[in-house]
Design a protein around this ligand. Sequence first.
Ligand SMILES: Cc1cc2nc3c(=O)[nH]c(=O)nc-3n(C[C@H](O)[C@H](O)[C@H](O)COP(=O)(O)O)c2cc1C
Length: 192
Amino acid sequence: MDIKEAGLCEGISEVIVTTQSASGVPNAAPIGILSREDNYFVSLYRGSQTISNVLEAKKLAANVTEDAVLFVNAAFEILSSDYYSLFHGFHVLKEANSWILFECECVEERVESFLFQIVPIAVEINMMRVRAINRGLNAVIEAAVLATRYDIIETESEKEELTSMIARYADIVDKCGGQREKEAMRSLTDKI
Ligand SMILES: Cc1cc2nc3c(=O)[nH]c(=O)nc-3n(C[C@H](O)[C@H](O)[C@H](O)COP(=O)(O)O)c2cc1C
């Protein structure tokens, strides 16, 4: 099983994680998968649907994609059933370049998050793509990380700082992004 071929490299790989509840209701959210010497981990903040599903079903799927719009939609919306297909009986995103299905074990409970070690049990590569670094795509991902924190920060000055950082990323998307990155950034700025 070559996880690196499927797109998960050393360090933190930003993917869309799909999960499902014990009764099979799917969910999708951007999550970073940490890779350390062929061991894989996720750190999940308390309160998300993702952590509740992982605690229930003990599985998650990493969906590797470079689609900026998909990242933003997964972060802020409930995706309709049209987005999903099944891989080994588990919900994954139809459009992803690859899927890696993991079993999850909680290895550390922290104040704000849980750390899970995740072990790959199945991999499928749907699309091999070569793409140069695009600063617009990176900027959308950075802005999306900040935007998902917007509701949990409390002071006005923190919110102002975050808004001005997002505005800086929006400038980069304007300059360097393609259509997908520009659409994603528009939808992200509408959300906050
Ligand atoms: C690029 C990116 C990476 C993220 N990584 C994580 C992560 O590693 N762990 C986490 O708990 N939340 C992470 N988040 C935040 C979640 O995606 C966000 O809280 C989301 O709204 C959770 O959705 P859910 O309630 O449907 O699970 C990340 C967000 C983005 C945009």
